[in-house]
Design a protein around this ligand. Structure first.
Ligand code: PEP
Ligand code: MN
Length: 338
């Protein structure tokens, strides 16, 4: 931490700050300038008391952290890309993960048809919400346990790996029994108790960015998972709330670039929640691949017009197959850049 002292502070008051810094467990090294003095407080900022409280002293102008607050997720601590092992399917570090399927699991027929179609188009991981976080309590809440069983059935029939959302700490064991990746949704992005419980399952976790979560907060949420012993983490950008209403959310590709730079964890882009419109999804996938994402999470439904959730943003089978085909040159180009 760097503590900036206000100009023209008498030496006795500078000494007061030095004494306080030492009391809080840091080594204090003052640097006396002609106008202003700064104090370098030496110590591990992540484990020591946060010195920001020193701004309460009238002679302190500013306290500036030097270290990043996240450690395990940072590229500094782990320069190589992390490769997540999704029940034998590697994702990250040059292995692209294509995850696709319906927003919600609605029926056996809907899920199995979709599973076969996305597999034929090139997906290796099947998505489908069994427990759905809906804005209104009157909307379809998902099939729950029955949905999980259908996901297992789809895995058995197709060999696709399964990603599904974990909504509650009470469901960890049950969801982990059927899923290869536990999805933490945008609404639970900073539900730290849920993150810890999910981490302890030992399953790979896909952590969505919150609706208005800053990049550092998103990385700190991932740090919770890693700090609780689980390094198999995906960061997932799924659009944020902005002033724009033309699209459901604003897909923030800047955050993808920043996350790739700051962290070794694979970054997945969900363009479906990201824009909320099926007609924009393929274009956003191309952008996401160009920025350097490690995978995509795309909503696909046999008949989007009849979907019980997120109909407007789901692709039909034909649309998804075309998207994957058209994406190939972009994936090849991105591979060449890595
Ligand atoms: C979803 O993937 O269907 C979903 C609900 O995602 P999010 O948490 O990003 O809104
Ligand atoms: Mn959805």
């Amino acid at each position: 931490m760097i503590i900036v002292i206000r100009p023209h502070t008498p030496p006795a008051q500078i000494d007061e700050v030095i004494a306080e810094v030492q009391k809080l467990g840091y080594d204090a090294r003052p640097i006396f300038g002609t106008e202003q003095t700064v104090i370098a407080a030496i110590g591990d900022e992540r484990t020591h008391v946060n010195l920001e409280s020193l701004t309460a002293m009238p002679q302190v102008q500013q306290v500036m952290p030097v270290q990043k607050r996240y450690k395990l997720v940072s590229r500094e601590s782990h320069p190589e890309d992390t490769v997540v092992n999704v029940d034998g399917v590697p994702v990250g570090g040059g292995h692209f993960g294509m995850m696709a399927g319906p927003c919600s699991v609605e029926s056996e027929e809907q899920l199995l048809k979709t599973a076969h179609a996305v597999k034929a188009a090139g997906a290796t991981i099947l998505r489908g919400g069994a427990f759905k976080p809906r804005t209104s309590p009157y909307e379809f809440q998902g099939l729950g346990s029955k949905g999980l069983q259908l996901l297992s059935l789809a895995k058995k029939e197709t060999g696709l790996k399964i990603i599904t959302e974990l909504l509650s700490e009470n469901h960890v064991d049950e969801v982990a029994e059927h899923a290869d990746i536990l999805q933490i949704g945008a609404r639970n992005a900073q539900n730290f108790q849920l993150l810890i419980a999910a981490a302890k399952s030992g399953k790979p976790i896909l952590l969505k960015r919150g609706l208005s979560e800053r990049i550092d907060e998103w990385l700190l949420a991932a740090e919770y998972i890693m700090a609780h012993g689980n390094s198999q983490v995906f960061l997932c950008e799924r659009g944020i709330r902005t002033f724009e209403t033309y699209t459901r959310n604003t897909l923030d590709l800047t955050a993808v670039a920043a996350a790739k730079k700051e962290s070794h964890l694979p970054v997945i882009v969900d363009p479906s929640q990201g824009c909320g419109r099926a007609d924009l999804v393929a274009m956003l996938c191309r952008g996401a691949v160009a920025v350097g994402c490690d995978g995509l999470l795309i909503e696909v439904h046999p008949n989007p017009a009849e979907a019980l959730s997120d109909g407007a943003q789901q692709l039909n089978f034909e649309g998804f197959a075309k998207l994957v085909k058209d994406l190939q040159p972009f994936l090849a180009a991105a591979q060449g850049m890595a």
